[in-house]
Design a protein around this ligand. Structure first.
Ligand SMILES: [Zn+2]
Ligand SMILES: [Zn+2]
Length: 467
């Protein structure tokens, strides 16, 4: 059953992780394994207020949460990026403490439970704010049982409505529990704000909350006018704006809005790479007469939005294959570079946004001699950011060079004519940040332009708007 009333749960920003106090071993169940821990986002579920005999109930509730999470965009598309585990921590007693210290407690009786993480309702004088208080115990459990976690979820064994975000997304086992948990994941995993008014203490600039009211300068400007994205004032405090009126960060049962989906996809990309591996790594061949196979191991979303481009000495020779061959015998003597470039073209993020565009490459450097071929390889990741868009007087350009390489900027007008080319000489590896004046980039009149950033031969295109 979907509930569509305004969703009142508060984001909890505090709860730092204290030093582990104890080290106790618990059974760890593998619930979903899509790949190695080092190459996936590892979700860890922890029970709170479940006794040993109640572990099957806890595991059943985890599966309910997963069934909901992975049928909702963008977790649906990126399901293959996640592993899921459960650390079966048992508590002395069932349930969660309810001190009845707020004016909102209604008929819910007071209750004191001896539980492993000492969770409680009524946190901060808000009845539904359900919080794990023993964060040091949580730190110890994670460090000792599953240190390689990316996101922790605490399922509290109470049917009373409640939850919290913060470092450990927490939810009770209320009828709305799975939706509450997915909402809290928005907070904890992607740093999203509530899109209902949660109170002045939670008002901040965030991916889906701002005080900017200019539609061309707002953080979600690339989405304006699509999918009902706009600039909507919070009714309780109209100086703060939100991007949507029916987003899961406000309404249980609603999907995440486009802005929140983009934020989650960007977070996924920072934790797991679409390029998982490649071959060959290196080789020496004494009689270079055969074709040499090259292959990538990719982690495709569903549908597969990864695009692969293969080049030989800068010329494209194959697209959208995960493997290809190079006829070694036909290579001229000398040094050559085979490159595979992988970009996720998902429509869930907009390339014109300020968010980072990720490109992943493998470079194979081939040395062809008359009687032998030797080859070395290396991977690189280029994170190119340009903002704001539309461009003001200044365009910020940031990128990471994983190795020494040249960089060039080309600006095309709407007709495809080159209006500006800027070349940086061979630059050392490192992060570069530029503030470029619009006039310096040739953006002299209002219109749409294309910026092509050529970083080490990797081309990244942006549509720029100049008003
Ligand atoms: Zn209460
Ligand atoms: Zn949203």
């Amino acid at each position: 059953m979907m509930k569509t009333s305004t969703f009142f749960l508060l984001l909890l920003l505090c709860c730092g992780l204290a030093t582990p106090a104890t080290a106790q071993t618990f059974p760890v169940d593998t619930l979903v394994k899509t790949g190695p821990l080092t190459q996936r986002i590892n979700l860890v579920f922890v029970p709170e207020g479940y006794q040993t005999a109640e572990m099957p109930l806890f595991i059943a509730r985890v599966h309910q949460t997963l069934n909901s999470l992975f049928t909702q965009s963008p977790f649906l598309e990126y399901q293959s990026y996640f592993n899921v585990f459960a650390i079966k921590v048992s508590s002395t007693q069932s349930g969660s403490t309810h001190p009845r210290t707020t004016t909102e407690c209604g008929v819910t009786p007071a209750f004191a439970a001896t539980t492993y993480f000492n969770s409680t309702f009524d946190y901060g004088s808000i009845h539904r704010l359900l919080v794990v208080q023993q964060t040091s115990a949580m730190g110890a459990v994670l460090a000792h049982n599953f240190p390689r976690y990316d996101q922790v979820f605490v399922l509290v064994n109470s049917t009373e409505y409640g939850g919290s975000g913060g470092q450990f997304a927490t939810a009770s086992a209320n009828a709305n529990a799975t939706e509450i948990m997915v909402h809290e994941i928005g907070h904890s995993f992607a740093g999203l704000s509530d899109e209902y008014w949660a109170g002045p203490q939670y008002a901040r600039e965030s991916p889906n909350m701002t005080q900017t009211t200019n539609p061309t300068a707002v953080r979600w400007a690339p989405w304006m006018g699509t999918s009902n994205v706009g600039i909507y004032p919070h009714i309780n405090n109209p100086t703060w704006q939100k991007p949507h009126q029916n987003c899961k960060m406000q309404v249980l049962g609603a999907p995440f809005c486009a802005v929140c989906k983009e934020t989650i996809v960007e977070r996924i990309h920072t934790l797991a790479r679409p390029m998982q591996g490649y071959s060959p790594a290196a080789l020496n061949i004494n009689n270079p007469t055969q074709d040499l196979p090259f292959a990538l191991t990719l982690l495709p979303p569903s549908p597969n939005t990864l695009r692969v481009t293969w080049t030989l000495d800068g010329t494209i020779f194959a697209r959208n294959h995960t493997s290809t061959t190079v006829p070694l015998a036909q290579l001229p003597l000398g040094s050559h570079v085979v490159r595979a470039e992988v970009v996720d073209t998902t429509a869930l993020t907009r390339s014109t946004s300020h968010l980072t565009q990720h490109a992943y490459t493998v470079n194979w450097t081939i040395s062809r001699k008359a009687t032998s071929v030797s080859m070395a390889s290396a991977t690189a990741q280029y994170n190119v950011e340009t903002y704001p868009n539309p461009v003001g007087d200044v365009l910020n350009l940031n990128y990471v060079l994983p190795r020494a390489a040249p960089v060039a900027l080309t600006v095309l007008d709407a007709a495809g004519r080159t209006v500006k080319t800027i070349r940086y000489p061979r630059q050392a590896a490192g992060r570069y940040e530029y503030q470029l004046e619009a006039a310096q980039l040739g953006l002299r009149s209002a219109g749409t332009y294309t910026l092509i950033v050529n970083v080490d031969g990797v081309l990244m295109k942006r549509q720029l708007v100049r008003e």
